[in-house]
Every structure is written in C-alpha cells, then in structure tokens.
Ligand binder design. Structure first.
Ligand SMILES: Cc1cc2nc3c(=O)[nH]c(=O)nc-3n(C[C@H](O)[C@H](O)[C@H](O)COP(=O)(O)O)c2cc1C
Length: 442
C-alpha cells in the first residue's frame, strides 16, 4: 500500500499543516517554482520539464500536458489564454472542489506557470457556482497573490504579466467539456464543437488556449520546483505522479477523497480510503464515475493508470471509484446509468441524443422481462454507433456502463431475457411499474 505521507503532494492539507494562506503556502515552499521559472528558466524549458515528468491531463482524457502546451506556445498569436477547468462535471466528483478549498495557491501557481510556458497573459478558473467553499478559498488566495505581485502586471518585477478571472457556472455534466466551457466564457450557448481545430490552436475568442484540469495544473509547481526526475519517482512508466480519487464505499453517499500514485492497484486505493473489503459482499467496482465501467472483484488488482483501466473497459474519467452491493442486478444498473446519461446528453449529436435514449429503452424492456434475444445484438450495435458518431467525449464514453455490464455479467441479461427472472430478485418493482404503464398508455 502506498505511503500516504509521500503521495499527498497535491491534496497537501490531508494530514499536513494547512497551506491555504499565502504565508503558510510560502512556508511550505510555495511560489518557489514560479520564482525559479521567471528568473532561471525559459518557457520552453518549463514545457520540456512538464513533458519529461510525463504529466498527463488529469481531467480524464490523459493527454500529455507538455505536448498540448508546446502547440499553444508554437502557434503565432497576439493573445493566448489558459483555462483552469475546476468544474467537476460528475456531480459525485470531489477533486476540483477539494483542491480549490484546501490548496488554492498551488492552483494559482500552476496556472501562472502554464501561462508563462505557453505565452498567455489572461487566465480563467472555471468552477461550479455552488462550490461556495472552493470559490471563497480561491478568491481570497487570488487577492493575496495580487497584493503580493504574484498575479497581474510585471509579476515579481519581470516582464511576465497575467490576469486571473474566476468564473462560476453550472450546466450539468456537459459544463466540464472544454469547448462547452469556452462557449460559456464567451456568453454563448454551451455545446461541444467539432475538433480539429483544437483549442490549443483555436480556442477562446479563436486564440490559442491551453485548457487544463485543475489537478493537472496543481502538479506543475512540484515538477518545476524539484525537477521531473523527482516527480516521476511516483507513478508509472507512462504516467508521472499521483491522482486524486473520490471513493464511495458500499451504500455510502459521503465521499472519501485520497491521493494515490498512478499504478496503485484498485484494491490498495480502496484500502487507503479506509474501506474494509469483503469481496463476497461486492458485485462490482465502478471505475470512472457516471460514464465509468463496472468491473468484477476479480479485477481488484488492476493498476490504476489510463491504459490498464481502459483495457478492462473502464476509464479514469472523473476519477471516482464506487462499490456496488452483491444484490445489484447489472442490467438494472446499466439501465439507470443510461437513463441518467440520456438526460445529461446535450443533444447536439443525433447518435448520442437518440442512441443513449434507445439503449435505456431497450434495457427498460429487458429489466421488465419484455426483452427478446435480438435486443442484445441491437444493444451491441448502439454501443458501437454512439461513440463513433459523437463529437465529444460524452458520447464516446456513454456506453461504457452498458458494455461492461454485458461483458462481465452476460448471465444477468440472459436470465432476464430467457428465464424472465431477475438474477438478484431486485427488478420486480420496475416490472410492476412497466406492466401498469403498458396497459394505461393507448
Ligand atoms: C462531458 C465531459 C465532461 C468533462 N468534464 C470535465 C471536468 O469536469 N473537468 C475537467 O478537467 N475536464 C473535463 N472534461 C475534459 C475536458 O474536456 C478537457 O479534456 C480537460 O479539461 C483538459 O484538461 P487536461 O488535459 O488537463 O485533462 C470533460 C469532458 C467531457 C466530454
């Protein structure tokens, strides 16, 4: 099991003195990385260090941060932007909220380093408007940083200037998607855009924009301060550093937030979160949040990193891991997830808008014991059609619940379809409801 003392590098408040105020953050070595970059490093050297640290986008997609920044840096423009995505699209995710509330100066320092590296002079922090604790904390840190000439004009008496704006907004799940955020900052309707061109070349107000997740940015001061070699002491061959993970135990609504090195087995993450694992009591672990995949307990030793998790059908996504109790019917679980995702789809792409709805409908039929064998083939067709025909990551990942439920629990589907029986005896109320509506509707 990883040693929490060494792996809490971003969520520093856990088990360590508070670093919320500028004085405390400075005492803990804060803003040393910014001073080093502004006085001793070129923007290209900062980008090189971030690349060598194998820092990947922690907002879910895992794209190398250094590669994105290099594109923004190299794109000629009179104005460039950085956006810090601190939105937590998944309503049960807590990474952004925890970071803003507990370690706001590390977010600001990371954002400034990103702006220095790519050549931006204007930055935005976008978060949920109802994150009162997070917004208050980042606002007060920003005021302190402004007073100390760490933000604004001629920072630390250099030629580097950068303004930071804080924006609270709420647009459900889709509000976390990068092109939606760009549209919302511009005051437009939030809908995802076709890529390419990517925001790195053609972003906010059509200018090169580095949009990064808040946790990605909060890792940058660590890389610049101690060097990429120190950073990659934790992590895997392909992903440097740590990840904040939100864990929900069996039937728990209260999240447990931990920070673990990439590559930590799922089992060890749950243990670090303080869960006592009884594998016989668990049906599945859902890895990745609302669009995550469900995995059987036999996969508890899967290392938590982008590739291994995707190989088994799940995603890093919003970095939530939750446990489902043994009596969960996985057809019903996939149905509820699909119903939720169908409501959250923005509707711009027809495959996502209608496909996820159709999947929910077919699953409702199967749960109600009205399914037929052909349903399984139709579900497979939709599971391929929706991701292929969607503009943004929402549609690409929306069929993970269905796909993993079918992959690991095919018997739950056949039990419902062929024996008209719920394998766990928990689907009866849905069937009763369905039975009534079927006869009431003309
Ligand atoms: C539906 C949807 C929701 C998303 N929500 C978030 C979010 O809450 N926070 C986030 O950082 N990225 C989110 N993303 C990913 C962003 O579009 C983008 O890839 C990310 O902010 C880039 O930062 P990174 O490279 O540091 O991960 C979401 C993507 C999709 C498709």
């Amino acid at each position: 099991m990883p040693d929490p003392n060494t792996s809490y590098r971003v969520l520093r408040s856990q088990g360590a003195p508070s670093v919320r105020s500028l004085a405390d953050y400075r005492k803990a070595g804060g803003y040393a990385a910014l001073t080093k970059a502004l006085h001793d490093l070129s923007p290209e050297q900062v980008i090189q260090q971030v690349s060598e640290a194998k820092l990947r986008g922690l907002g879910g997609a895992g794209r190398l941060a250094g590669e994105k920044w290099r594109i923004v840096r190299r794109t000629e423009s009179d104005q460039k932007y950085v956006i810090c995505n601190a939105y937590d699209a998944d309503s049960r995710a807590f990474a952004a909220r925890s970071l803003l509330a507990s370690n706001p100066h590390q977010v600001i320092e990371g954002l400034l380093l990103a702006a220095f590296a790519v050549g931006a002079t204007e930055a935005y922090i976008v978060t949920r408007s109802f994150y009162q604790d997070g917004i208050e904390s980042i606002q007060s840190a920003l005021q302190e940083a402004l007073n100390a000439n760490l933000v604004g004009r001629d920072i630390q008496e250099t030629t580097f200037s950068c303004n930071i704006n804080i924006m609270g907004m709420d647009m459900g799940f889709m509000g976390g998607e990068e092109t939606v955020q760009i549209a919302l900052i511009k005051g437009r309707r939030g809908m995802p855009e076709q890529r390419p061109p990517f925001p790195a070349q053609y972003g906010l107000w059509d200018k090169p924009t580095a949009i990064n997740n808040v946790e990605t940015l909060a890792n940058v001061p660590l890389i610049v301060k101690d060097g990429p070699a120190a950073f990659t002491k934790l992590g895997t061959a392909t992903t440097g550093g740590t990840k904040i993970v939100t864990v929900y135990g069996l039937n728990e609504d209260e999240p447990r937030v931990v920070e673990i090195p990439f590559g930590t087995p799922l089992r060890a993450i749950l243990q670090q979160a303080g869960l006592k694992l009884d594998e016989n009591a668990i049906r599945a672990l859902v890895v990745g949040g609302a669009e995550g995949g469900a995995l059987p307990p036999s996969l508890l030793d899967t290392p938590y990193d982008f590739d291994p998790v995707e190989e088994v059908g799940a995603i890093i996504g919003s970095s939530i891991i939750e446990l489902l109790p043994r009596d969960t019917c996985m057809v019903s679980w996939a149905m509820k997830r699909s119903q939720y995702l169908s409501k959250e789809s923005c509707g711009k792409c027809v495959p996502c808008r209608l496909g996820v709805k159709r999947i929910s409908g077919i699953l409702e039929g199967i749960v109600s014991d009205l399914g037929v064998n052909g349903d399984l083939d139709v579900l497979d067709e939709f599971a391929a059609y929706v991701p292929n025909g969607s503009l943004c990551g929402f549609g690409v990942q929306a069929t993970n619940p269905l796909k993993t439920a079918k992959r690991y629990w095919p018997d739950h589907f056949t039990s419902h379809i062929q024996d008209q029986q719920c394998p766990t005896g928990t689907c009866a109320p849905v069937r009763a409801h369905r039975f009534v509506t079927k006869h009431v509707l003309p």
